[in-house]
Write a protein that binds this ligand. Structure first.
Ligand code: F6P
Length: 545
């Protein structure tokens, strides 16, 4: 850890923003809109098919200037350029963070440690495309010679959330005569439910794991192998029913998967940034190589925009700065992502890993503890469903939860008036959250006085409205890249390593220690704290034998 940074909170722009936050707290969005008739257009930007309206964020022109000054003070552009050059910006693991290389076009070049990684990336993409085409056209057959009808991705974290989210998001473009399932949880119910109606002779497992050592994935993969071999009666069936995606090809071979059926990637791809790598194999089989390339092109368009656009017009940089503003300076603990599109129902879960594993850190790059809040909780559900459950708190609760409302101008399933109603709700929610309803307005509706306070909406609750024309593969890629670079911007401002995840290790180690105590293989119920000991004893007394 050689990199040294001074505390970001000591910087002039940081201090100015902290003082400015007190001013903005006293201003209502109603006043900000009243003071500037062109706010709706002035606080909106467009790039790569995405339209970002942040006019309903609690920012003035001065706030924006100060946030841009903060970005310069924190060296966001320098760090961004270092990422794009392939420098080892993941300092605690000594690695580059080069997911942007996964979507560079074939005619580009990016040399890292003397190797043009773009050449390697396209070699793997071409192999994936040949394999995906063979599964799709039936020329890749199962052990008994029948075509593959079911694809089950086994992976967890970044080796699950990206493929699962992308499959749901791009279902419109997927093969409807094939079944795609995703098994992640070590809970046996996940595997059992995912496979209970599948015919092993027509089922392909994609074992996706960067390390190929992850407990959950390897446990599920072993169960899948036993399920397949048990049904097909021959170990040789593994060669037709299992492929692997990993950086650890030695472990893949040790598991018994033919290296010819393995698709590699590289240590410079973080798990949560890996959906464009071979980890996307199940996505490619589902939607086909052409659509997968469109997805990559969408990512790349935002990569280029992030790399080239001035910060003032840079969508991911602005989104990242607004997230810092809302959480670190205005004190919100969480941000809700509310996609008004049913196909994006797994998008908030995907973003949870992206944002929280990246920026849930308390220590700066130089090892010093931060003296300001960093990563926030990100959560959400598709609208309009959330409106009938948790939006009450968003509108009238004591906590301010900034929201990203994501909408599309055209539906992939135009049914009667559904889409206008859906889209009306995007605009209505943003309007209601920003402007609320005053006591005078409530009284003017004839509300009994005893109910007036209950029916007031304070408003002044910030939202960003994010629009694209249609949920195409390219639009999905652009949307994900937008959030990736927003998260990057936040991490750069906070001066943390957004690419490591040491915080997941302790729980894993303890589970490895506790598991044999539960199964009875070792003496149990004494070596922990009194609560854990009692829970171990209770489980052992009641577990199924
Ligand atoms: O435990 C967290 C994590 O390391 C994630 O960062 C990663 O996406 C996930 O586990 C799965 O890891 P792997 O792809 O190596 O199985």
């Amino acid at each position: 850890m050689s990199e040294t940074v001074s505390s970001p909170s000591a910087g002039a722009a940081w201090q100015a923003l902290a003082a400015h936050a007190a001013v903005i707290r006293g201003r209502h969005l109603r006043d900000l809109f009243a003071a500037d008739e062109s706010r709706g257009e002035g606080f909106a930007r467009e790039a790569a098919g995405l339209y970002l309206d942040f006019a309903k964020q609690r920012v003035s022109a001065e706030t924006l200037d100060l946030l841009l000054a903060l970005a310069r003070e924190r060296g966001v552009e320098e760090r961004r350029d270092a990422m794009f050059r392939g420098e080892r910006i993941n300092v605690t693991e000594g690695r580059p963070a080069l997911h942007i290389a996964l979507r560079l076009p074939r005619d580009r070049s990016l040399v890292v440690d003397g190797v043009d990684v773009v050449v390697e990336v396209h070699e793997v993409l071409d192999r994936m495309a040949r394999f995906a085409a063979a599964v799709r056209d039936g020329s890749w057959t199962g052990y008994g010679g029948r075509p593959i009808r079911n694809v089950v991705n086994i992976g967890i974290g970044g080796s699950d959330l990206g493929p699962a989210m992308a499959y749901e998001a791009l279902r419109h473009y997927s093969r409807r005569d094939m079944v795609f399932r995703f098994v992640s949880n070590v809970d046996g119910s996940d595997f059992a439910e995912a496979t209970r109606d599948l015919d092993p002779a027509e089922t392909l497992f994609v074992v996706a794991s960067k390390t190929f050592t992850t407990l959950e994935t390897m446990t599920n993969a072993r169960t899948a192998r036993a399920w397949t071999v048990g049904a097909l009666g021959d170990e040789a069936a593994v060669g037709r029913h299992f492929v692997a995606v990993s950086t650890n090809l030695a472990e893949v071979a040790a598991f018994g998967i033919d290296p010819a059926n393995a698709f590699g990637f590289w240590e410079w791809v973080g798990g949560r940034y890996s959906m464009c790598s071979a980890i996307g194999l199940s996505t490619m089989v589902a939607v086909g190589p052409e659509h997968f390339r469109e997805l990559l092109a969408g990512f790349h368009a935002v990569d280029e925009h992030f790399r080239e656009a001035p910060l003032r017009d840079n969508l991911p940089a602005l989104m990242g700065l607004l997230a810092v503003w809302n959480t670190t300076f205005l004190g919100s603990d969480s941000i809700a992502v509310l996609p008004y599109d049913q196909y994006l129902r797994r998008f908030p879960a995907y973003l949870q890993q992206l944002a929280m594993e990246s920026n849930g850190k308390s220590v700066r790059l130089d090892g010093e503890r931060v003296d300001y809040p960093t990563g926030y909780v990100i959560w959400g559900e598709p609208g309009t469903n959330g409106q009938h459950s948790f939006y009450q708190l968003l509108h009238q609760g004591t906590r301010i939860v900034p929201c990203d409302l994501i909408g599309f101008c055209r539906s992939l399933n135009p049914l009667g008036g559904h889409h206008d109603l859906l889209f009306a709700n995007v605009l209505a929610q943003a309007e209601a959250l920003a402007f609320g309803k005053t006591a005078e307005q409530v009284r003017a509706e004839g509300t009994p006085e005893a109910l007036v306070a209950h029916r007031v909406f304070e408003g002044n609750r910030p939202t960003t409205v994010l629009l694209a024309d249609e949920l195409t593969p390219a639009a999905l890629g652009s949307l994900v890249a937008l959030y990736e670079h927003s998260v990057f911007t936040q991490g750069a401002v906070w001066g943390i390593d957004s690419f490591d995840q040491w915080g997941v290790e302790l729980g894993k180690q303890l589970a490895q220690r506790i598991a044999p105590e539960l199964s009875g293989d070792v003496e149990a119920g004494a070596g922990h704290d009194s609560s854990t000991n009692a829970l171990v004893r209770r489980y052992r007394a009641r577990r199924r034998r």
